[in-house]
Design a protein around this ligand. Structure first.
Ligand code: NAD
Ligand code: IPM
Ligand code: MN
Length: 354
């Protein structure tokens, strides 16, 4: 039996509910691969902020560092500005542990009503590689003449060759393992002639090393349109931090719901902490009602199992989710059913290992 030390930050809103269900499923799946988990809960988030004036303990990054992985629910509260909550907890985690690769799959499962109803199940199967440490999220900038009519704000994007190359290379490496072997790169190099052009140049250089891969480069506005018009044509997609963020909410709804969108923040250095969290946020509009779909958190937990090299456990979670969706009897409200969060989690946990 192998034991893994997992840090857990449930965070805010529905983050708490969906993380609980993910842990329930992990408890059931671990045994499939002779693994068990020891959970270290950290009470950080906006409630902690109300009490302590900060989102997490001062040394929170050091406290997280020794774990085998981090499971995170979501962060964000309607009464606190998002840049305070997110820059106080989530975003520094991605930077400190150099979680340069944000992996976000979008897969159209049998039993899920995509708004693009004519698309057959499994015809959409894309994997977005989102650059996760720099670009538009570099957190560099400043304010001048604040609180006056001359108020000026500068928010700088930072693109480095190293940063572009490692995410683009990771996308090509993954594409080599997938049957369709395609990579689409998303930029805005018609308007942004520095960073995005460095990205395009790097993409072309890496692509030249992978002649077996079919490539296309799309501008972000066109890409948004093509995600709806021809979602089935995309295989691996690689994009900058902000464009990857936007496109993965879009991809989520194309395959049915935010409630299905999983995400992994993978540290480039294996010894560093990787983090697994759904794409969605704390959903204040449905928080506290027990109706959030936990499948995005559960599928993110399955990505954690893959990362921990527990492939049979991961496959058992995927199979259980597929079964639940295809059965169609216990769907949560965002997928057209009436099942409550915990009922969905219970059912997936029961199906694991069947
Ligand atoms: P959101 O993802 O929280 O919600 C968007 C919409 O999708 C809402 O209508 C919500 O009800 C629905 N939805 C999301 N997840 C769902 C689920 N599991 N089941 C059913 N429906 C679901 O996005 P938002 O409203 O823009 O953001 C709310 C807060 O969350 C903000 O404070 C934002 O900054 C934060 N946020 C945090 C993270 C994170 O911590 N990783 C990610 C995104 C947004
Ligand atoms: C996500 C979220 C975060 C991001 C926010 C909450 C800062 O939207 O993980 O997709 O933009 O990265
Ligand atoms: Mn997002």
């Amino acid at each position: 039996m192998r034991t893994f030390e997992i840090a857990v930050i449930e965070g805010d809103g529905i983050g708490v509910d969906v993380t609980r269900e993910a842990i329930k499923v992990l408890e059931a799946a671990g045994g499939v691969d002779e693994a068990e988990f020891s959970w270290n809960y950290f009470p950080w988030g906006t409630d902690y902020y109300f009490e302590h004036g900060r989102m997490a303990a001062e040394d929170y990054l050091d406290q997280l560092a020794p774990h085998d992985a981090l499971l995170l629910g979501a962060v964000g509260h309607p009464e606190v500005q998002d840049h305070i909550t997110l820059n106080g907890l989530l975003l520094p985690i991605r930077r400190r542990f150099d979680q340069a690769i944000c992996l976000r799959p979008a897969f159209l499962y049998e039993g899920v009503p995509s708004p693009l109803r004519d698309k057959p199940a499994e015809s959409i199967d894309m994997l977005v590689f989102r650059e996760n440490t720099e670009g538009e999220y570099a957190n560099i900038g400043g304010r001048l003449y604040q609180h006056s009519d001359h108020d000026v704000a500068v928010q700088t994007s930072v693109f480095t060759r190293r940063g572009c190359e490692r995410i683009i290379r990771a996308a090509f490496e993954k594409a080599m393992t997938r049957p369709r072997k395609r990579v689409a790169s998303i930029t805005k190099s018609n308007a942004q002639g520095y960073g995005m052009v460095l990205w395009d140049e790097t993409f072309a250089a890496v692509a030249a090393e992978y002649p077996a891969i079919e490539t296309e480069s799309l501008l972000i506005d066109r890409a948004a349109m093509e995600f709806v018009r021809r979602p089935e044509s995309f295989d691996v997609v690689v994009a900058s931090n902000l464009f990857g963020d936007i496109l993965t909410d879009l991809a989520a709804i194309v395959v049915g719901s935010m409630g299905l969108a999983a995400s992994a923040n993978i540290a480039i250095e294996r010894k560093n902490l990787s983090m697994f969290e759904p794409v969605h946020g704390s959903a204040p509009d449905i928080a506290g009602q027990g109706i959030a779909n936990p499948l995005a958190a559960i599928l993110s937990a399955a990505m954690m199992l893959e990362h921990l090299e527990l492939p049979r456990a991961a496959a058992s979670v995927h199979a259980a989710v597929k079964m639940l969706l295809a059965e169609g009897e216990l769907l949560p409200p965002d997928l057209g059913g009436t099942a409550r969060t915990e009922v969905v989690g219970d059912r997936v946990a029961a199906l694991v290992g069947e």
